[in-house]
Design a protein around this ligand. Structure first.
Ligand SMILES: Cc1cc2nc3c(=O)[nH]c(=O)nc-3n(C[C@H](O)[C@H](O)[C@H](O)COP(=O)(O)OP(=O)(O)OC[C@H]3O[C@@H](n4cnc5c(N)ncnc54)[C@H](O)[C@@H]3O)c2cc1C
Length: 511
């Protein structure tokens, strides 16, 4: 038998206790599944159990119930709706939705999928993208049928409309390279709402629908760990209900729809270190990764865990986009007029989280904003560069090169769109800090469980874990890094949530 090594100052018993603690402090600690034999009696039974009441969970519950299953939806927080209810409620839809057609917008499956595939990150989930685009008009119809209100009004602004418009360009479609991939079409579908409360309106409609259909929903019930049969099938879940441990039997299936993990700082640090320093973890407090961890603990694979949405919301006003964004070498690296998720991605993932907006006359940020600190001001670009401690001559070179081409209406490096292409000219020159840990940079996660297009959770061998489904930010879906358009997340949650609920309900009840 091997001896524990001696460590000066540590007694053998303390050392072993320490080693034991390390062994159980894994990222998914506490989510280890229960075996069926450990459950003496089930406290509650249903056909389909949905864990999480955001847009993914609600959509899953609606479809499962309509397919004839008894459905219980649990929510760990005291209120329903998750991050979905906090959101602007934008759903990325296209290929000729009723709203697009009513507003005379031409779009197609090919244009929509070319944009999503071409503008996003490498090796996207092609099967999910294809299905999502093909069925986008029908999915939008489903949202309308659930009672989500939309108005036949189009906005051409770059930000979520707040004046009653329900359709806008919500992503990088009009910026380079998006506009070269497909004819740009507005695909951001926004519920009619006051201000940015579209998510609340969307969730009110979906939650009301649950009640009409007879889905049982319970708040303050947190899923803790799955219960598995000897063959690995998910049979149900152990939950924390008002401080008591209870077991819920799910005869047909369990749907994990418990959001992402941006508020589980240990998970973010380990899985998505580029997001860890971003200043504003964005999402409801239920984003603790519990659904993902329950899945991992039951043998599921997790994909794209490092990816997320880092937002650098430079605009409005859109006039600032005629400034230039540079890195610590004083060089441009992105088309400034791109979607703010693409800009945030470029900074967080590709520039070690550091960048500056350089403005001249006519392109300054408004004086009253405090999202992006003003860190230097000078009468010449050279003096500004000295204050920023950039490599000698680099910023002067970047500005001179950019200005020379901007005067001729071109941007050979990043093809900034014509309306924003103006030389950076006229003092005072200013530098605004876009560093992810110092500026206002909201962030949330996209990595999650590996699923089929029907939400079936897969293990690392590509085999389905029977009875286990996942959707929304608990699953790895359409959104990735870079995040190319608002609405891809809630669009993905509702679309694939529905499919997960249907697939779970379609399972024969297990004994
Ligand atoms: C301010 C803001 C604006 C946004 N705007 C948009 C937008 O307009 N369009 C867009 O596409 N995206 C938007 N997003 C992102 C989007 O809201 C989320 O990615 C999406 O809503 C996630 O939905 P979900 O159903 O996966 O999770 P959620 O909506 O977060 O729902 C998951 C629920 O599960 C609960 N839960 C967690 N663990 C457990 C457990 N163990 N047991 C039971 N319940 C549990 C959580 O409390 C939560 O209520 C925005 C995000 C924010 C913060």
């Amino acid at each position: 038998m091997s001896q524990a090594p001696d460590f000066p100052g540590l007694k053998r018993r303390e050392l072993l206790a320490g080693l034991g603690a390390a062994a159980v402090s894994g990222l998914a600690a506490g989510a280890e599944p229960l075996q069926e034999a450990q459950v003496q009696a089930w406290d509650i039974s249903t056909d389909v159990l949905v864990a999480g009441s955001g847009s993914a969970g609600a959509s899953a519950a609606i479809e499962a119930r309509q397919a004839g299953a008894d459905v219980l939806l649990i929510e760990s927080l005291p209120h329903f709706g998750g991050s979905s209810a906090m959101s602007a409620g934008v759903v990325y839809a296209g290929a000729g939705t009723a709203l697009q057609r009513a507003l005379g917008v031409a779009d197609s499956v090919e244009a929509m999928s070319s944009f999503i595939i071409g503008a996003g990150g490498p090796h996207p989930p092609l099967d999910k993208i294809q299905l999502y685009c093909e069925q986008s008009p029908a999915h939008f119809g489903w949202l309308v049928a659930q009672g989500v209100p939309y108005a036949e009004k189009l906005s051409t602004a770059m930000t979520v409309p707040t004046d009653g418009e329900s359709l806008y360009f919500s992503g990088a479609e009009r910026a380079w390279p998006g506009r070269d991939l497909a004819v740009p079409a507005p695909r951001g579908h926004v519920p009619v709402a006051r201000g940015m409360t579209g998510g609340r309106v969307l969730m009110e409609a979906l939650l009301a629908r649950l009640d009409v259909l007879g889905v049982v929903r319970r708040a303050g019930v947190a899923g803790q760990r799955l219960v598995l049969a000897g063959d690995g099938r998910a049979l149900g879940m152990e939950v924390n209900m008002a401080g008591e441990r209870k077991t819920i039997r799910a005869r047909r299936g369990v749907v994990l729809a418990s959001g992402g993990f941006i508020h589980n700082r240990e998970m973010v640090r380990n899985y998505a270190p580029r997001l860890y320093d971003c200043s504003v973890p964005w999402g409801n407090m239920g984003d603790q990764g519990m659904g993902i961890n329950m899945g991992i603990a039951a043998g599921a694979a997790a994909l794209r865990m490092a990816q997320g949405f880092a937002i650098v919301p430079l605009y409005p006003p859109e006039s600032v986009l005629s400034g230039i964004v540079v890195n610590a070498s004083g060089q441009r690296f992105v088309a400034e007029d791109t979607y703010y998720g693409v800009l945030g991605d470029a900074i967080a993932y590709h520039q070690q989280g550091r960048a500056w907006l350089i403005t001249g006359e006519g392109s300054h940020l408004p004086p009253q904003q405090d999202n992006f600190p003003l860190v230097a001001e000078a009468n010449t670009i050279g003096d500004l560069a000295v204050k920023l401690d950039f490599p000698r001559g680099a910023l002067q070179h970047s500005v001179a090169y950019y200005n020379r081409h901007a005067e001729n209406g071109t941007d050979p490096m990043f093809h900034k769109s014509a309306p924003f292409l103006r030389p950076v000219q006229g003092p005072p020159y200013r530098a605004w800090n876009l560093a992810v840990d110092q500026a206002f940079v909201p962030v949330h996660t996209f990595g999650g469980l590996h699923t089929t297009v029907d939400g079936q959770v897969l293990n690392s061998f590509g085999e389905a874990i029977p009875g286990l489904y996942a959707a929304g930010r608990t699953a790895a879906g359409l959104p990735g890094a870079p995040y190319i358009a608002s609405g891809l997340s809630v669009g993905d949650c509702t679309f694939f949530g529905r499919r997960a609920g249907l697939a779970a309900a379609a399972q024969g009840a297990s004994a």
